[in-house]
Every structure is written in C-alpha cells, then in structure tokens.
Write a new protein. Structure first.
Length: 473
C-alpha cells in the first residue's frame, strides 16, 4: 500500500515537473498572442498620430505577420542548430527589442519595421513552443500539454486587451468627453504605452527559458546522452527513462536533418505536407484574427461606441473559455471530432454575423447596426470565437507538432507554420478594404471557408490521439 502511494506521489511529481516546463515554454505563446494583438487598441491612435489612411494602417498592422512567416520558416532550423532553449532566449530578446522600438517610433514606417522584428519573434515562438512541448510531453498527456501553447496565446490576447483598456482608461479625456489614446500619459501618448507593455512578459520569457531543461531529443542528437537521460528521468521517472531514450535513439538513427528539399513529392510536396499547409490556411481563412486585430475598430464602425475596447475584452474571455474546453476533451474525444464540431459552429456563427452586417446602415459615413442586429452580431461573432477556440485554435498547433514523421518534422513544421502566417497576413491586410467594401459579404466568405473545412477534415486529417511521436509515419 505504501509503495503504491509512494509511486503515485512520484508520478504526480514528475507530472508537475513536466507541466511546469511545458508551461514555461508556452510563455512564448503568451507573447505570441500579446504581441500580435496589442496593436488592436492602438490602431486608431496610430492612424491619428501619423495621419495615415486605411491602406497604410493595414500594412502597419500586418507587417508583423511578414516577420512571423520569416521567423516560422527559420525557427525550426535554428533550433536544430543552437538548441531549443537558446532559440527561446533569442525570441525573448527580439520581443523585448521590438516592444521598446515600437513604443518610440519616429514614423509609421519604422513602427512597421519594429513590428516586423516582433513578428520574427512571434514566428520563432510559434514553432519552438509546440515542438519543445511535444518532445518533453509523455504521449498520454501530450494533447493537453500541447494545448498549453494555445491557452497561453489566448491568455496573451486577453491580457493585452485588458492592459490596453486600463491604459485607455488612464488616458486624458478628449474634447468629446471620452478617453483619448492620443493624449499624453507620462510624457508619451497612451497608444505608445500599449505597444511598449509587451517588454515586461518578454523579460519573464527569457528568465523562464533560462531555467527549464533542454529538449532530450536535441541533447541526444548532439551526443549528450547522460543529460538527455536525466531530463527524461525527471519527466517520466527512472524506470521509463531508458525505454524512452531507446525510442528517441531509434528515431534519430533513421532521421536526417530535415531540409525543404526532403518535402518534395509527386505534386511538388509530399501529401502530408500539403495537408499540413491546408490545415494552417483554413485556420486563418475563417477570419479569426479579424476579431482580435481589428475588434476595437470593427465594433466602433458598427455603432458600438460606448466603450468598444471594453467590448473587445469579451472575445478574448470567450477564447480562453473555449481553450479550456479543448484541453478537457482533446485526449478524450480526439483531434478530429473537435475539429468537426468547431467547423460546424464557425459556419453558424459567421453565417448569422454576415446576415446581421447585411442590415448595417451608413450614418454620417459610419456603419451602424439598427435595432436588434447589433447584439445579434456581437453574440454570433463571439459564438464563432468559442467554436474556433475549442477546436481549430488548439488543434492546429497540436497537429503540426505531431502529424509529421520524424524524418521531415522540422522542415514540414516550418513550412506549415509559415503558411499559417502568410494566410494570416492575407486576411489581415485585405480586411480593411474588404470590410469597407462590404462587411456582410466579407463575413460570408469567411463562413464559406469554415464550411469547406468540414470535408477537408473528414477526408485528410488522421487521428493522432495517444500516438507516440516516434511511431508517426
């Protein structure tokens, strides 16, 4: 009895340790969410400060995504050369530098450059987080632990919205009696504080990345067997360490450093790589980041003027709730069922939101939703967010981390993640013009992609629940 309880305590200690190191690695995901969405509250302030139009604003907002694609492309290759931990530390340093640079821009163009630098950090974090967590997590818990990356992303989005709201609430009142984010706060304008606040979690990320262990896969690949075994023993116990070490060694024996040319197949790329790209593109083409990048501007444009930044806090809160639902069911129901449930919910949410926006009127050049259509748009846009969060928001990063065979995982993960950022850029840079042209049709297009994702998942996505990384083929 005592030996059983001692073994249970040891298992709990090992699980607590792996949760801690996975959580620490996921702080990169927090910065991913924070740094990509903190621009939301600052958009109007940037436009007014630099006196620029919708086109330049869209380019400035989306410039981070260009850097993200670059960071995602090279992040996996970099981590194979210098290790997972040093790659995380580099990403943290880039997050910090970009936050300070964006806080003190001389023009809208150098602001865009600092956004690109931050985007590179986001891209690196988007690759290294899921890869590291997948490598340290036991197969039985990998889905839930990998979900910590997405949980951290949505927490970052939520915290950035909250920080932006607090900063706006502290900003001086304008001529119309509302808080003016172009007003001075501590010697600089309030929107500058919104962008600079990302420096604080960047420091935390660097500190945490400095105290967690290196990936056992990487340690074994560079010949540090004793260190790799110690990490595995701390994660899963002494008894499991040798067996896991043998599994990793077996995988490395047949593995070569993956390169993009290894992904070539009959139709340009291997089928599994095309599936990863399709998964990544569908996740963005449903328009989720429109909610987070432009929510303040969006709800302002449809007449929700009382405090649209506070309204924007609702979506991140629902996003967090949906992510917790995904974490609870990912290793029970599996990846594929949750994707299908989410796709169906997104079709409903986006379809009704498109119908609501079809009733928008222009009043003094501004869009306004009459009567009940304003609340309907808010409710179903957030139903869309919930459906996305409990499915595609989590599943993309889990599947990209575990769906590819070991021999191509690094390069395939880089390609899939880069495709996600390119798709994100396309949606983000096109939304201001498309929304200005016809907001209802724009949402209907996003709904159409959500509908198309259903047959894609049914035909091409293979369930990976409970499968060891070394056994994926």
């Amino acid at each position: 009895m005592s030996s059983t309880s001692a073994a249970e305590r040891a298992d709990q200690q090992h699980l607590a340790h792996v949760v801690f190191i996975a959580g620490a690695a996921a702080v990169g995901g927090f910065l991913f969410g924070y740094d990509s969405s903190n621009i939301n509250g600052a958009v109007i302030g940037i436009r007014q400060h630099f006196d620029v139009g919708e086109g330049v604003t869209g380019l400035t907002v989306s410039s981070a995504l260009i850097g993200s694609a670059i960071g995602a492309w090279f992040g996996g290759l970099l981590s194979d050369r210098i290790g997972r931990i040093r790659t995380m530390q580099l990403a943290a340093a880039l997050f910090f530098v970009s936050a300070i640079g964006a806080m003190f821009p001389f023009s809208v163009w150098d602001l865009a450059i600092w956004r690109v630098v931050g985007g590179i950090a986001i891209g690196v974090a988007s690759v290294i987080g899921p890869a590291y967590i997948a490598e340290v997590a036991p197969a039985a818990y990998r889905g839930r632990l990998a979900s910590l990356q997405q949980l951290a992303i949505v927490l970052g989005i939520g915290v950035s919205a909250l920080v932006n709201w607090v900063i706006k609430d502290l900003s001086p009142l304008g001529a119309d009696g509302s808080h003016d984010i172009n007003g001075k706060l501590g010697g600089i304008e309030a929107w500058q504080w919104m962008l600079g606040a990302a420096a604080a979690p960047a420091v935390l990320y660097f500190v945490l990345a400095s105290i967690i262990p290196e990936s056992p896969h990487y340690l074994l690949s560079i010949g540090k067997t004793a260190k790799a075994r110690k990490v595995l023993a701390d994660i899963g116990g002494e008894d499991a360490a040798d067996a896991k070490l043998a599994d990793i060694r077996r995988g490395l024996r047949t593995e070569t450093k993956s390169k993009v040319r290894d992904l070539r197949g009959r139709f340009g790329l291997l089928p599994i790589v095309w599936i990863g790209i399709g998964l990544a593109v569908f996740q963005q083409f449903v328009g989720i980041n429109v909610i987070f990048y432009y929510s303040d501007t969006l709800w302002h444009s449809v007449g929700q003027n009382t405090d649209s930044l506070l309204i924007s806090l609702v979506s991140p809160a629902i996003n967090i709730l949906g992510t917790f639902i995904a974490i609870a069911f990912i290793d029970r129901l599996g990846r594929k069922p949750l994707l299908l449930i989410g796709s169906a919910g997104m079709v409903i949410g986006l379809g009704v939101a498109a119908l609501a926006f079809a009733h928008a009127d222009k009043v003094n050049g501004e869009l306004s939703l009459p009567g009940v259509w304003g609340p309907v748009a808010l409710i179903f846009a957030n139903f869309f967010v919930l459906s996305f969060a409990l499915s595609w928001g989590v599943m993309l990063w889990v599947l990209l981390g575990e769906m590819f065979p070991m021999r191509i995982r690094g390069a395939a993960l880089a390609v899939g993640t880069a495709a996600n950022w390119v798709a994100n850029w396309i949606v983000t840079v096109s939304f201001p013009s498309m929304g200005d042209w016809n907001l209802s049709v724009t949402y209907a297009i996003y709904a159409a992609f959500a509908l198309l994702s259903i047959p894609f998942v049914v035909k091409f996505i293979r369930e990976t629940k409970g499968t060891a990384l070394e056994d994926v083929n």
